[in-house]
Ligand binder design. Structure first.
Ligand code: PRP
Length: 208
């Protein structure tokens, strides 16, 4: 039995579509249910940011999650496969009228990705004040809470609509299949079998 943690929403739906394609049967959560058992698989529906946590503690053997979330969590996990979908950037945004100057004293950064932000600024030998927010980051520079934000940019529309511009890119992200280190040893053949089936789908243009 392999337990797989999926983030609620599009990624879970696309992952289950690939399972359907591979195993030629339906994989569908019943309304509001958070666990789906089907044959040799058990799926858990969890919050996006919690996928690495479930896999790290071996509550799930495998998980599907964006590289941005993985980097921010910084947990020791096996990155099995790039599933090529969910492309986005982790970028720095500022008001259109502001200029980027990393040498400015007392920089204030608002973000939900505090670890990625800290690492990025540390690599530039800067230690800004970092304010943790849980959403609507774009508001922070507009109302003067922060000089800049570190946030996810997909289409760029949210920043644009709020009078912000991207001034730097920290990393690019796509969805990844991850594994718990112990599970990878204990259930190696099951995991590698699933891995190669997923790899075939991705190589044929499938995306999660
Ligand atoms: C993310 C991010 C931006 C938006 C960017 O938020 O925080 O607000 O998407 O997308 P865009 O470049 O296509 O406009 P999300 O919808 O994931 O919600 P959250 O802020 O609650 O995480």
């Amino acid at each position: 039995m392999l337990t797989i943690a999926l983030p609620k929403g599009r990624i879970a739906e696309d992952t289950l579509k690939i399972f359907k394609e591979i195993f030629n049967r339906e994989f569908e959560f019943e309304d509001r249910k958070l666990v789906l058992e089907s044959g040799e698989f058990k799926f858990l529906l969890v919050r996006n940011q919690d996928v690495p946590t479930y896999v790290y503690h071996q509550a799930a053997d495998l998980g599907v999650v964006g590289l941005d979330v993985l980097e921010d969590k910084g947990l020791d996990l096996v990155r099995l496969l790039d599933l090529k979908g969910g492309y986005c950037r982790v970028a720095i945004g500022m008001r259109n009228e502001d200029e980027l100057d990393y040498n400015k004293p007392d920089i204030v950064v608002a973000t939900k990705m505090t670890n990625i932000a800290e690492k990025f600024f540390a690599s530039k030998a800067i230690s800004p004040k970092i304010i943790k927010l849980y959403g609507s980051m774009e508001l922070a520079p507009v109302i003067g809470l922060a000089d800049m934000i570190v946030d996810i940019v997909e289409t760029g529309t949210t920043m644009k609509q709020n009078g912000l511009k991207v001034v730097d890119t920290i990393m690019e992200s796509t969805t990844h299949l991850i594994a718990n280190r112990s599970s990878f040893i204990e259930k190696k053949s099951e995991i590698l079998d699933l891995y190669s089936r997923f790899e075939d789908v991705i190589n044929r243009g499938g995306r999660v």
